[in-house]
Design a protein around this ligand. Structure first.
Ligand code: ADP
Ligand code: MG
Length: 307
């Protein structure tokens, strides 16, 4: 179990990136979903023991990460948002180098371990190729290979799917899903689909605060019966957005189709009930259209075993 107690981070220049984050994260995949600037990377760096919180505590299986970062570091894998690559090296050479930096060795040597790790992330056949020729997805999988070296208990991946094309994203999902079989994986993202595909539980974070901890099913259920879809005339969308929570608008055959969240069940004329999606829930929540009752905290969910 990974426990975060009332984490606050104020950067020099008095930017408050985290305003008191409390979460209990059990083994498996846990999503941290939020817009740019929400505080995700700040939180991830604190979890990785690389950044000190202004106040608050992090515990991994009862060990205080903030006080004893060295104890946790060996049980930790981290893929930062801006993972640097040595473009002129082969994937194998780069991974070997990273393993050496991390101080991880295999029973049959570091090179053999690097090859094994590359196989695990489906890069075996690209081991000898230079990293500069790797696609975005291949680079991210190489990043995962270094993160899981030493079989860490906790793996932290910060926005790993940003910039991947759809096919690469799906391949990457499979690699991540396998990781979460026997450890805690914390995945930060601004892409709702990542959460829908991978995370039995997730937190929505915005402005350094946790708005909600929930499950995809519960989240969709929360707005079921309150989502409506219909066409609006050109130029009407702006007026509609002023009075209603519009979660999505798109052009369909030259006309504008909008999705509206209306908790009272009073949609605009001509709108029909639509199936709620996780994206609708997320957008309604971050736009402040969903009430956030005090009870909707982590403790409430952990107790109910809602996974
Ligand atoms: P996210 O990863 O969700 O986009 P960040 O944790 O990177 O969010 O940033 C949260 C807030 O903290 C933002 O307002 C950002 O500008 C600010 N911030 C991040 N890093 C620093 C830093 N090193 N110094 C000052 N402010 C920072
Ligand atoms: Mg970030």
């Amino acid at each position: 179990m990974l426990s975060l107690h009332d984490l606050v981070k104020v950067y020099p220049g008095s930017v408050t990136a985290l305003q008191g984050v409390t979460l209990s994260i059990p083994p498996g995949m846990f999503g941290l979903l939020g817009p740019n600037g929400a505080g995700k990377s700040t939180l991830m760096r604190i979890l990785a023991g690389l950044l000190e919180p202004t106040s608050g505590r992090v515990e991994l299986d009862g060990v205080d990460v903030t006080e004893r970062p060295e104890l946790v570091r060996e049980r930790l894998g981290y893929l930062p948002q801006d993972f640097g690559f040595y473009a002129h090296l082969s994937g194998l050479a780069m991974l070997e180098h990273l393993l050496a930096l991390k101080g991880v060795d295999g029973p049959r040597g570091r090179r053999a371990l690097a090859r094994e790790l590359l196989e695990r992330v489906n890069l075996g056949s690209a081991a000898e190729r230079k990293v500069k020729g790797y696609s975005g997805g291949m680079r991210q999988r190489l990043g995962i290979a270094q993160a899981i070296a030493g079989d860490p208990r906790l793996v932290i991946v910060d926005e790993p799917t940003a910039g991947l094309d759809p096919e690469e994203r799906v391949r990457f999902y499979h690699v991540l899903a396998e990781l979460a079989q026997e450890r805690i994986v914390v995945l930060s993202t601004h892409i709702v689909e990542d959460v829908a595909v991978l995370c039995p539980r997730f937190a929505v974070i915005k402005g350094g605060r946790v708005l909600r901890v929930t499950t995809p099913t519960e989240a969709r259920g929360r707005i079921e019966g309150a989502m409506f879809e219909g066409f609006v005339e050109r130029g009407e969308l702006e007026a509609l957005s002023r009075t209603q929570c519009v979660t999505q608008s798109m052009l369909v055959e030259g006309r504008t189709r909008a999705r509206v969240f209306d908790p009272k069940g009073q949609p605009p004329p001509g709108f029909a009930l639509a199936r709620a999606t996780l994206e609708d829930f997320y957008l309604a929540l971050v736009r402040g259209a969903l009430q956030v009752p005090e009870a909707a905290t982590d403790a409430a969910l952990v107790g109910s075993g809602a996974r």
